[in-house]
Design a protein around this ligand. Structure first.
Ligand SMILES: NC(=O)C1=CN([C@@H]2O[C@H](COP(=O)(O)OP(=O)(O)OC[C@H]3O[C@@H](n4cnc5c(N)ncnc54)[C@H](O)[C@@H]3O)[C@@H](O)[C@H]2O)[C@H](O)CC1
Ligand SMILES: [K+]
Length: 494
């Protein structure tokens, strides 16, 4: 496994092809040699994960991904392993044809496969059907093969991309290979880290195929993969005034939980002071449960206005509702000219009354809220999350977090950062309220919009992973994250 400096950069398929061409044309490394290196790296990976496996079945497509598979099978046979190859059809392209010939010349046999044929008996199955060349959903007969591969219950090693996954967007337009391990070559394809892809890649490994670092220098990447980070230690003489004042606004009749979680998260993420502006009925519960939260009864804008001058950051939306009360507070907050984090109903109100924030806001939509903000359906957001988050940041002139597996952060200039952490246990109520409070607290402590959004998303997801590791993903609730969050914020992993 080649550790490579470029691993934190993410590329589109087109950019990966340009890297391949650069390696071939400018560094003089033939495409076939890249294929040989890919096959060698795949065999090392296979033996790392399944050291006792003696029999493998390699499923080869007609292109270069299939070529990788043929050369892997040839190397495996040379190493004394049994390798059966099932081919989808005749190989297309010089390198793929040459790879197939090399396999057959070494005595390898190619099995054809029709609809209901039994699959070869194997301890490990290798997916070399499609890689970065996938252009649409798998054909029905290939989808059937994929289902049979899954039904066999045998582990799967996917080469470069799990077949059926779009390496640009992370979408599975139809059936797709669920791999136990995916080994991806040369550069990290952005689609493998977001959307549906993380559910299909299994453990994702990257191998730079021994290419010189010069290959990536100065080459355009599309996004960056977030790296673990924390806030710098607090100065000894720090006092609460130094760490900002978050004013959280929300909590329509009967919905105190969201704004309370938001406020608690802001406290746990280090804000110096946290106030909550909400309906009067919620004050007794708030004050008894969390006296550190200064709760204010706010029945309209005239009661909110005196609180604004003391606030350095606003967190607007958790449980706000879209009625007259919520709308009036929302308008007052947005017109205050104070940096803010907008979430939940604050975003739904924005979808109805769009405005640009000119670098004063972080928006934190989930795909459904993003769809409303763009006037599209949720499916189109999931079909290309990178395009959607960039369009949101540009249209609203704000830093935008598009939540979901592989959360994305974009700024209005098009920079995108991708969060590789998080787990399905976090798809539960209140997690978004937590994130809003965390981002607001980081802004209050002096982070820029971009830093607060990236660090906030990363801390939130890593806290979710720590909490899930301790007690499992099922039944994970937002408040479970508060303690791990505090540790991570202070640079402690456990
Ligand atoms: N130097 C390099 O480029 C290296 C590439 N490597 C491997 O090559 C694949 C990409 O190979 P490519 O031939 O471009 O495409 P695929 O093998 O992924 O796909 C084959 C072929 O299939 C057609 N196709 C696409 N989608 C469908 C579909 N749904 N149904 C039917 N047919 C479809 C399309 O014409 C494709 O061209 C890359 O992933 C690497 O595995 C080496 O590993 C490194 C060097
Ligand atoms: K594949």
């Amino acid at each position: 496994m080649t550790a490579s400096a470029h691993r934190q950069e993410l590329y589109t398929v087109e950019q990966v092809r340009a890297l391949d061409r650069h390696a071939i044309d400018d560094l003089g490394i033939p495409g076939y040699e890249l294929m040989e290196r890919a096959a060698a790296a795949a065999l090392v990976c296979l033996r790392e994960h399944w050291p006792h496996a003696r029999r493998m079945a390699v499923y080869c497509g007609v292109g270069n991904n299939g070529g990788d598979g043929f050369l892997l099978a040839a190397l495996a046979r040379e190493a004394g392993l049994q390798a059966a190859v099932v081919a989808l059809g005749d190989s297309r392209g010089d390198d793929a044809e040459r790879a197939r010939e090399a396999y057959e010349r070494g005595g390898g046999e190619v099995l054809s496969w029709e609809g209901q044929d039994e699959l070869p008996d194997a301890e490990v199955q290798v997916d070399a059907l499609y890689g970065t060349g996938l252009q649409r959903a798998l054909a029905p007969e290939v989808a059937q093969l994929v289902r049979q591969i899954r039904a066999s219950g045998r582990p799967v090693l996917a080469l470069d991309v799990p077949s059926g996954i779009n390496a640009d967007t992370g979408e599975a337009p139809g059936e797709a290979i669920r791999a136990d391990v995916t080994i991806s070559f040369i550069a990290a394809k952005r689609g493998l880290y977001t959307g549906q892809a993380p559910g299909y890649t299994g453990q994702l490994q990257l191998d730079g195929l021994g290419l010189p670092a010069a290959l990536w220098q100065g080459r355009e990447a599309d996004a960056v993969l977030m790296q673990p980070a924390a806030l710098p230690p607090r100065p000894r003489q720090s006092h609460k005034g130094d760490n900002g004042h978050v004013l959280a606004i929300g909590g329509e009749h009967g919905t105190a939980g969201a704004i309370r979680l938001c406020g608690e998260a802001a406290l746990r993420a280090g804000a110096g002071l946290v106030s909550v502006a909400t309906r009067a009925e919620h004050l007794p519960a708030l004050n008894s449960a969390r006296p550190e939260l200064m709760a204010h009864a706010v029945d309209g804008p005239q009661a909110l206005e005196p609180l604004l001058p003391r606030a350095t950051v606003l967190a607007v939306g958790p449980g706000l509702g879209q009625g007259a009360w919520g709308h009036a507070l929302w308008l007052t907050a947005l017109d205050a000219g104070i940096p803010l984090v907008l979430d939940a109903d604050g975003l739904n109100l924005l979808a109805q009354e769009p405005r640009k924030f000119h670098g004063l806001a972080v928006l934190t939509p989930h795909p459904g809220e993003a769809a409303r903000l763009l006037g599209r359906d949720t499916a189109s957001i999931s079909a290309d999350r990178f395009a959607a988050v960039r369009e949101l940041a540009r249209r609203y002139d704000a830093v935008v977090v598009l939540k979901g597996a592989g959360s994305l952060v974009a700024d209005p200039t098009g920079h995108v950062a991708l969060c590789p952490w998080g787990n399905p246990g976090m798809a539960s109520g209140g997690m978004g309220d937590l994130l809003t409070g965390i981002v607001a607290a980081l802004l209050a402590q002096g982070c820029s919009l971009w830093e607060a959004a990236c660090l906030g998303v990363g801390l939130h997801a890593r806290a979710g992973d720590l909490a899930a590791r301790r007690g499992g993903e099922r039944g994970l609730i937002a408040s479970d994250l508060l303690e791990p969050l505090r540790g991570l914020l202070n640079g402690r992993e456990s």
